[in-house]
Ligand binder design. Structure first.
Ligand code: UDP
Length: 236
């Protein structure tokens, strides 16, 4: 049995604990919600449970398709045992449909479909507000190696293909999402979470938003949207 030890870190949406095994950590998902780099704060009741369980479900699905993830074991509604990775300081965003900051940056309307999925890199830095960067920046400043970037980009595209097909099957368009990677025993593996906090989900028919944009944009029905995504996936 792995024992939970001291808290190592408290982030915006999760707490991280050491365990009796140095190779493993426990993540504990909170209901706290933030947006616009922490400027907007609130709570989404039940979100921690939903994000924990949905992330674990999706990570297991990706593992079954040959993608190594940090997932080890769900310990409770909010707590999961994960591999102790060293996070690569990049946020990787995959986009299938124009939304959010891409719409602002390009003037393209939300809902427009690019001719291919678009991969973007952002430098993980709260002080700087996660600026967008490119592969040259990541290489030149030592944030990742060429080999790591190749694994990251191939994996991100494969994750996108698997998740897009899965969500289409439950009547949801996967508009875009953010993933993070970690270094573990010489490999780069998928880490962090995959949830309505980190993905844009639109109902395929009505295009209703079923994700954190309802919180960001004060649209109401936030908890209901998260619960609806659990229902679609077949999780209670
Ligand atoms: N995203 C995220 N964390 C961030 C920034 C973005 O999880 O710090 C996700 C977001 O939920 C969306 C996708 O990445 O699914 C693209 O976000 P975008 O760049 O459009 O930024 P936003 O409009 O959310 O600020």
């Amino acid at each position: 049995m792995v024992e939970q030890k001291e808290q190592l870190y408290e982030g915006k949406a999760k707490k991280v604990y050491a365990t009796s095994d140095p190779d493993l950590l426990i993540v504990d998902y909170k209901d706290d919600a933030t947006a616009f780099n922490g400027l907007k704060k609130g709570q989404i009741v039940g979100k921690g449970v939903i994000n924990n369980r949905m992330t674990n479900y999706l990570m297991q699905k990706l593992e079954a398709e040959g993608i190594e993830t940090h997932y080890v074991e769900e310990l409770s509604d909010r707590r999961t045992l994960v591999k102790n990775v060293k996070i690569v300081p990049l946020e990787v965003i995959m986009r299938n449909v124009v939304a959010g900051s891409l719409s602002k940056r390009t003037g393209l309307a939300e809902g427009e479909k690019p001719s291919m999925p678009v991969l973007e890199l952002y430098y993980k830095s709260d002080e700087l507000g996660d600026p967008m960067i490119n592969e040259d920046h990541a290489l030149a400043f030592g944030w990742a190696t060429r080999d790591e970037l190749d694994v990251i980009s191939a994996t991100a595209r494969k994750v996108n293909a698997i998740l897009t097909e899965f969500f289409a099957g439950v009547g949801v368009d996967l508009i875009d999402f953010k993933i993070e990677f970690g270094r573990y025993k010489g490999r780069v593996i998928l880490a962090d979470e995959i949830s309505p906090d980190t993905c844009r989900f639109w109902d395929s028919k009505t295009k209703e938003k079923l994700d954190k944009d309802r919180f960001r944009r004060d649209m109401g029905g936030v908890e209901g949207a998260y619960q609806e995504m659990m229902r679609r996936i077949g999780l209670k």
